[in-house]
Design a protein around this ligand. Structure first.
Ligand code: SF4
Length: 246
């Protein structure tokens, strides 16, 4: 059985922050025992995408946690919801192999009842234990935009327990380390819709991805309008607040 909360393992995690190498962080994360999910996982599912210098990956997708297929294969979003995610990304024109895809928890949370093993949401302590990994994925990759898939990831990254996906989806929020955050529906939730509701929610998610593409292009061109939180509180006379961001 995996030894959980091993102090030596914990210190191995702590030292990684002195490195700036994503592969090294991934390799250390793969032995992580910071929370009880280590007892039931098959393997750690670290983020996936091109290993590029900081700032070159514009977009990071942040989901909740691996499911059964991800746990087996060791890769994020490879099951049915991952296939739907790929379809929606493709329809929007966002190539998955150009972005970083990860989760707020890197191990599959499960409910075990006899022979039945079901997915569940990660608990707050499990989320807290795992935040070191996604925070440092952002630190090392420096994406301009983080797209949260679903409310669980959004509440965590925005530190907003009152976040409501029905009200706040598709809006921009200030994220950690100067990122801009947009939240859309999790593909697992999309899959649960039927009929016209399914058609509409797919269109909504594709529209959100298109908004992300458009914003990233504007950020890279230096033409992105400022969000309200980026505007100076009291612009000097004659300044309309539309200063260059960077
Ligand atoms: S869920 Fe995160 S913190 Fe918990 S054991 Fe897995 S990698 Fe470590």
């Amino acid at each position: 059985m995996t030894e959980v909360n091993n102090p030596q393992a914990a210190s191995n995690v702590a030292i990684y922050s002195v490195y700036t190498d994503l592969e090294l962080m991934r390799d250390i994360a793969k032995t992580c025992v910071r929370c009880d999910l280590a007892r039931t996982r098959t393997q750690v599912v670290f983020g996936e995408g091109p290993y590029l210098p900081p700032g070159e990956i514009g977009v990071m997708l942040l989901g909740e946690a691996p499911g059964e297929d991800e746990d087996k294969q060791g890769r994020p979003f490879v099951g049915r919801s991952g296939k739907l995610l790929n379809t929606l990304l493709e329809e929007a024109g966002l190539k998955r192999d150009t972005i970083w895809v990860t989760n707020t928890n890197k191990c599959r949370p499960v409910l075990i009842d006899g022979k039945s093993v079901k997915n569940r949401a990660p608990t707050p302590p499990e989320q807290k234990a795992c935040e070191i990994w996604w925070q440092n994925e952002i630190e090392l990759l420096k994406p301009q935009i983080v797209v949260c898939l679903g409310a669980t990831a959004a509440k965590k990254i925005l530190e907003n327990k009152n976040f409501m996906i029905t009200k706040d989806r598709g809006k921009w929020f200030p994220g950690p380390k100067n990122t801009e955050v947009l939240v859309t529906f999790h593909p697992s939730y999309v899959m649960r819709q039927q009929g016209q509701a399914l058609v509409e929610i797919k269109e909504t998610v594709v529209g959100d991805f298109r908004e992300v593409i458009s914003r990233l292009a504007a950020l890279r061109a230096g033409t992105a309008p400022l969000h309200p939180w980026q505007k100076p509180a009291n612009p000097p006379d004659g300044d309309d607040g539309q200063l260059a961001m960077f």
